[in-house]
Design a protein around this ligand. Structure first.
Ligand SMILES: Cc1cc2nc3c(=O)[nH]c(=O)nc-3n(C[C@H](O)[C@H](O)[C@H](O)COP(=O)(O)O)c2cc1C
Length: 242
């Protein structure tokens, strides 16, 4: 037992019973293989702005949301709500409102020159047709605070970090299922609260159009940073960890 102060302590375990970790033991070689395979699969994920209209059953979307909801969250308060829209009229209204915000961003200079130059290689503009074409729109709302049954407020911790991680799980789950999405933030996004009738404690975090990619869809030819560009080692690496 390498711990002087084991977790949970006997006193904690007596008050809050713990359960055994559901663990899958892997050899180092298996770790390497699994890690490489996962990296290969996730490495093929792209943001797709040409989604196909092909219908995708709701349970496939629900499964990805269930996976997203396994994400870690501050104090395990899971400060997220996933709003799912397949209704044509609601999707049309969301597209219209998003295009209006983006028109101001792109054409009326609400995004400054530096921002617009950074976006230039992506070729994005104020047209957001995919919001109507994709079979589903999934809007992740962050819950700034919780509301108890008696109406009292409950503090939520690390809301943005928690939602960011859950969003990552969601994107990965969709990709694993063979679906495509776009992390879309047509900001300001307050129109989503209004159109979707969300309560005051929720703020839109990301709008995900979800579907199959259109046949022959094109994506920007982006280069990702290499490991050596993103990873820094501090101190020596002990021989046993090489
Ligand atoms: C927080 C966040 C917000 C984004 N917002 C938009 C957006 O509003 N519109 C858009 O077309 N792409 C948006 N993107 C997608 C990025 O442009 C895309 O992830 C990036 O170009 C890398 O491409 P890849 O996802 O294909 O690897 C957003 C991505 C993130 C992480």
């Amino acid at each position: 037992m390498p711990y002087e102060f084991p977790y949970p302590s006997p006193a904690l375990a007596a008050e809050h019973p713990f359960v055994a970790l559901d663990v899958e033991h892997r050899s180092v070689e298996e770790m390497r293989l699994a890690g490489r395979a996962f990296n290969d699969r996730l490495g093929r994920r792209r943001s797709v702005r040409s989604l196909a209209p092909d219908p995708i059953p709701l349970d496939v979307i629900d499964q990805a949301i269930a996976t997203a909801s396994t994400a870690p969250s501050g104090a395990h308060l899971q400060p997220w709500t996933w709003v799912v829209v397949g209704d044509l009229e609601v999707k049309r209204r969301i597209r219209e409102a998003a295009e209006e915000e983006e028109r101001q961003n792109y054409l009326e200079h609400r995004m400054n020159d530096e921002w617009q130059r950074a976006l230039a290689p992506l070729g994005t503009d104020h047209h957001k047709e995919f919001l109507e074409v994709a079979p589903w729109l999934v809007v992740l709302f962050e819950q700034r605070y919780g509301v108890a049954d008696d109406g009292s407020k409950r503090h939520h911790y690390y809301v943005k970090e928690s939602c960011g991680i859950a969003a990552g799980f969601f994107i990965a789950a969709l990709h694993e299922a063979g679906l495509a999405t776009l992390t879309h933030t047509p900001s300001p996004m307050a129109f989503l609260s209004r159109l979707l009738g969300r309560p005051d404690n929720e703020r839109p975090f990301v709008l995900f159009p979800v579907g199959r990619p259109l046949d022959g869809a094109l994506v920007p030819d982006l280069r990702r940073k290499s490991l050596s560009e993103v990873r820094v080692i501090v101190g020596d690496v002990p021989d046993a960890l090489r």
